[in-house]
Design a protein. Sequence first.
Length: 347
Amino acid sequence: MIRVENISKDLGEFFLKDVSINIGTGEYLMILGPTGAGKTILLETIAGIYPPDKGRVYLNGRDVTRLPPRKRNIGMVYQDYMLFPHLTVKKNIKYGLRSRNFGKQDVSRRIDELATLLGVSHLLHRHPGTLSGGEQQRIAIARALIMEPDVLLLDEPLSALDSETRTKLRKELRKIHALTSTTMIHVTHSFDEAFLLGSQMAIMNHGEIVQVGEPSEVFRKPNSPFTAEFLGVTNVFRGESKADNGIANISIHGLKFSSADKREGEVYFSIRPEDILVSLTPIESSARNSFQGEVRDISNAGVIVRITVDIGVPFVAAITRRSFLDMGLKQGMKVFLTFKAMDVHVF
């Protein structure tokens, strides 16, 4: 397990500010955030490349804050591979073992196992300059894994690759994690990677971790306007909330929204487009929120159609293409939006 306690590091343009996080053994943590948020510095501080200005780093209960990188048993893979161009693939993979006392047979066995796992057995005699980007990244991952690290740090390892290669390597990273149970921390800008690979996700901004949780939970329930905007959450509003008979009523521009979250005062709230039911007539249901509005915009994204409806404030709803065609929706039409109080997320 990794425990980061109140880590701060100031490198001028890039910095960390009182960062704390616990990462369980075998967990796959995805870290997302805008450029300059401090994602790479956090990895490099965990790895020991930068000593923190304050705070502590613990690995499996041991304080490693002042240990050099080579004594932490932490592997790191960067976006740009960082292979040795003058060495063959085989020598690149086994490079880290030069400081370990392994016999030749053991080294050969480990190289063969990893080369088979990553599908690069046929490349062992080649040099990095003759390989594709995806092949080079596989070699970089194999070089890190051969050390049997307690933690594998991945700094945007797929961002420089084409779409097809990214898809293949995502599957291979998921397979590697399942087979080795290595704790992984993976920096990315891709929401797809966060969902497909991560068991946990952390959002960073201005050198701080602003939210941590399961990817689906973070996407459904952002805890701040920044997180909601960064994740592309629509239907984010600010209003005044008052609790009444076990429910909260949030007022905004003369409208009242009911929420199961009973906190009071000035709040932000959001409703995900897929949680909104669109109909041509009022619907009889237990849902507490129902509003009539006018269709202002239609965005056809294939199987899903997103429509913007003005109910006094603009709302975006997502419906299936079949529902869209069945209702014959057009700009200017009147529709009803219905959603449950439990789907009004307050933060």
